[in-house]
Design a protein around this ligand. Structure first.
Ligand code: GDP
Length: 442
């Protein structure tokens, strides 16, 4: 599995942090030394590691953390946030040409990186979203590349434009554009020629192709399993021809994760997709938040949704999904969820899957008493407060605390955690939408 050893190491480091009550500066520094080692062993770029650790350290050795009631959790939260930022704070969506001609993507990369396979995977993914793609075989150098594209194109029922290997890529591309517009294709994906190594001729050819064709996006395909080499390739391609995004292939086979964690920081270009296997359906949108969650072993909203879909009635599940997506989730929904979750199994397992909650509470002992406490707080709220947590001011908090037999600090913490999970739900919403549409089984 991807990131396995890095994930194990983070779990150990975090467990040690959480065991401690108060954290001293020395504790944070010691933990950061371990984080540094773990990242270096995962083959993350040295400078990226240094900057990452410094950024976490700077935030973690502040008053906010030292005075927090759960300093360990606080440090973990910072690590998570910095990791998301490292891989790109936003999910980087593809852009499409609006009005006028078709959207053209130019796929570039070294031989063997997975360019041909990924061109087809991407065409397949976008076809499902209603596009009418045309694949274009411009890789005239790699033996069998054209045939390979035709085979995968056929599997996906996507037409492939080719002119054999006797024409120049630029002429093939031009003819393909004409063919594409005649046949009403709104998406044209060019599988360009790679080489075993970066060489001038290849770069010149790609530069010329890009200038003439003017693709909406130039997407670089790199092999995650080559670690820092992939990052280096990305740097060079970006310098020479300029890329809009990176597609990281073979992440399924990359147990270390160095490329995934370095590419964005080194090139300033987002990773847009990740190849997760050889099958044509194995291409995933790259969501930094979800990757960070996977690496750090944190919440998994997909599993939560899947569980909800199989345990809760579909109408309610899709209503909840809509609320998650719009971040309209309020305490009333939370209460309803809590009551349903109770009938679904182990509470701590379920809580760990709620985004935000997982980071804050995964290792806080969540027992029935904890749940009862939260339930009591919500039950002490008025309907207005449950529907719109923003109205809960200090005097209302005091009343809720008194009414539920808690301290005002408990109420504050609960509301804060709730707001954080709402924020994360919004960030993760795209992902859930995708999963939801697939029926939640995949
Ligand atoms: P190209 O030379 O860049 O066009 O590379 P290909 O598309 O021919 O891919 C090279 C090999 O990598 C093929 O055997 C693909 O099946 C394989 N491959 C591509 N993407 C992935 C991926 O995400 N995961 C795995 N496991 N294999 C992949």
């Amino acid at each position: 599995m991807a990131f396995e050893s890095l994930s194990d190491k983070f779990q150990n480091i975090f467990n040690n942090l959480k065991k401690k009550g108060k954290l001293s500066e020395a504790d944070v520094k010691a933990a950061m030394r371990e984080v540094k080692m773990a990242l270096l062993e995962a083959d993350v770029n040295f400078k990226v590691v240094k900057d990452f650790v410094n950024a976490v350290k700077e935030r973690a050795i502040g008053d906010e953390v030292m005075e927090s009631l759960t300093p360990g959790q606080h440090v973990i939260k910072i690590v998570n946030e910095e990791m998301v930022a490292l891989m790109g704070s936003d999910e980087s969506e593809l852009t499409f040409t609006t009005g006028g001609g078709p959207t053209i993507y130019m796929m570039v990369g070294l031989q063997g990186a997975g360019k041909t396979t990924t061109s087809a995977k991407l065409a397949g993914l976008l076809k499902k979203k209603g596009k009418k793609p045309l694949l274009v075989a411009c890789d005239i150098y790699r033996p069998a590349a054209i045939k390979q594209l035709q085979v995968v194109g056929e599997q996906l029922s996507i037409p492939v434009f080719s002119m054999g290997n006797q024409n120049k890529p630029i002429d093939i591309a031009k003819a393909a554009l004409e063919h594409g517009s005649k046949n009403h294709h709104d998406l044209i994906i060019l599988d360009t020629a790679g080489r075993l190594h970066i060489d001038e001729t290849m770069m010149d050819e790609l530069i010329e192709l890009k200038e003439v064709i003017k693709p909406k996006e130039t997407l670089l395909v790199v092999d995650a399993m080559t670690g820092q080499d992939a990052v280096h390739v990305a740097e060079l391609f970006n310098e020479k021809i300029g890329v809009d995004g990176v597609i990281l292939t073979k992440l399924d086979g990359d147990t270390r994760g160095g490329a995934a964690l370095s590419v964005k920081a080194v090139t300033q270009k987002p990773i847009k997709f990740a190849g997760m296997g050889e099958k044509l359906s194995d291409l995933e949108v790259f969501y930094p938040e979800r990757m960070a969650s996977r690496i750090l072993g944190m919440g998994d909203v997909l599993t939560l949704i899947e569980k909800a879909q199989s345990n809760i009635d579909q109408k309610k599940a899709s209503e909840m999904e809509r609320k998650f997506r719009k971040a309209e989730f309020n305490f009333e929904d939370f209460l309803e969820q809590m009551q349903q979750l109770k009938s679904m199994g182990s509470l701590s397992d379920l809580m760990a899957m709620i985004p935000g909650m997982s980071a804050q509470m995964k290792n806080v002992q969540i027992d029935d008493k904890e749940m009862a406490k939260m339930e009591a707080m919500i039950l002490s709220m008025t309907v207005e407060e449950r529907n719109d947590p923003n109205v809960i001011n200090v005097s209302r908090k005091n009343r809720i605390a008194a009414g539920s037999g808690n301290k005002i600090q408990d109420v504050n913490r609960f509301i804060k955690q709730f707001e954080q999970s709402k924020k994360m739900m919004k960030q993760m919403s795209g992902m859930m939408g995708k999963k939801g549409r697939r029926g939640g089984k995949g």
